[in-house]
Design a protein around this ligand. Structure first.
Ligand code: F1P
Length: 357
């Protein structure tokens, strides 16, 4: 039997290589994607998935709308299925972008059926399983085939599918994807090497009992995914919030056994830093991830991860994640959990169809 967490660790540290392969896979289908998309006259985009891939949908929808100026939103697949009247309106030509590592999650497959019955538009899949039911049902599939995993919790599959969502949004907006996203594998490689000791130290800190992950804009969905990784792998108390929402109630949970993880943007930086400082004054430890080091001073209980990506904000979204994967991995080991096989969790949720009578 493999050593506890061996698959997860390998999958986390292989992200730079897998991202490079994923970008090449995207470039190979980009001309066909362009032909497919421009036949559609798209007026609205709905991104959907479950669990991690719902959080990915949040990231993807915000990036897509920001870059393309086309209304885009994220919905959990179960909500698409159970409350279609709250999702669909008859007029605008809509694309459903379904995201799933396995391509076999029942609710996501059901969402495709509901969409086909309700809306007149195509389905695009983002998946790491190009041979899945979802990929076969879709009108077009973007795959990250090198990102498949042995572990239950998604790490490199999530980040590689995020890369595909970034590439989709950037490419359709006329950006040069190779220029914008090409540096990401090297950036991830450097961050994993440079910050592995910090992730280990914080992950193993027995005095931290509560983890809060905060993000704004594109980074809110990433904060949610970092929260879920911590929860799934290590069974720790872990929550995610829009950064400024944290003051509106959740901050009552802050004490000296809290780690506040702030995924800092550039455009809202001073407001986000103000929240972290306030929680620091209440005794919390802080881990701030920012593009540049001038974001925070180095007070004793403040740790920072500096991205130095040099790429646009939308493109660097995925770069926040790999070190946070390591944080969850080390915390899981410290909590005597096996991150490869988290307790109470299946790699894919297969149910009787929600549409069955
Ligand atoms: C989605 C998902 C995961 C979660 C768990 C069950 O799977 O909800 O996010 O961690 O493992 O499945 P998928 O549709 O992306 O394959």
């Amino acid at each position: 039997m493999a050593e506890k967490g061996a698959y997860t660790f390998t999958e986390i540290v292989s992200q730079p290589e897998v991202w490079a392969n994923t970008l090449a896979e995207f470039q190979a289908v980009a001309p066909a994607l362009e032909r497919f998309w421009h036949r559609q006259n798209v007026q609205r985009v709905i991104f959907t998935g479950c669990g991690s891939t719902y959080y990915l949908s949040l990231v993807a929808a915000s990036l897509f709308q920001a870059l393309n100026g086309i209304p885009a939103e994220a919905r959990p697949a179960s909500e698409v299925v159970l409350f279609p009247d709250l999702v669909f309106v008859p007029t605008p030509r809509t694309v459903l972008v379904t995201i799933s590592r396995s391509g076999e999650t029942t609710e996501t497959l059901d969402a495709v059926e509901v969409f086909r019955a309700r809306a007149d538009g195509p389905v695009l899949a983002i998946t790491s399983n190009g041979d899945s039911s979802l990929a076969h049902k879709a009108d077009f599939a973007l795959t990250a085939s090198q990102a498949r995993e042995e572990s239950v919790a998604q790490t490199r599959s999530f980040s590689s599918m995020t890369l595909l969502a970034e590439a989709l949004a950037g490419f359709l907006a006329g950006q040069d994807v190779a220029v914008a996203l090409g540096p990401l594998p090297a950036i991830a490689q450097r961050l994993l090497r440079e910050y592995q000791p910090l992730a280990q130290t914080l992950g193993e800190s027995a005095d931290i009992h509560r983890f809060f992950f905060l993000g704004t804009g594109f980074l809110y969905g990433m904060a949610c995914e970092a929260m879920l990784k911590m929860k799934e792998m290590s069974l720790s108390y872990s929550e995610a919030f829009h950064t400024l929402e944290f003051r509106h109630g959740p901050m009552s949970m802050v004490n000296e056994h809290t780690l506040m993880v702030g995924l800092l943007s550039e455009s809202a930086l001073r407001h986000e830093v103000a929240v972290l400082r306030q929680m620091h004054e209440r005794g919390a430890r802080v881990l701030a991830l920012a593009e540049n080091e001038d974001a925070l001073d180095s007070a004793e209980r403040i740790h920072s991860i500096v991205l130095h990506s040099g790429i646009p904000a939308w493109a660097r979204t995925v770069a926040y994640l790999p070190v946070l994967h390591l944080l969850a991995y080390y915390r899981a080991l410290a909590n005597q959990q096996n991150p490869d096989r988290p307790a109470h969790l299946d790699a894919v949720v297969v149910l009787k169809s929600l549409l069955a009578s």
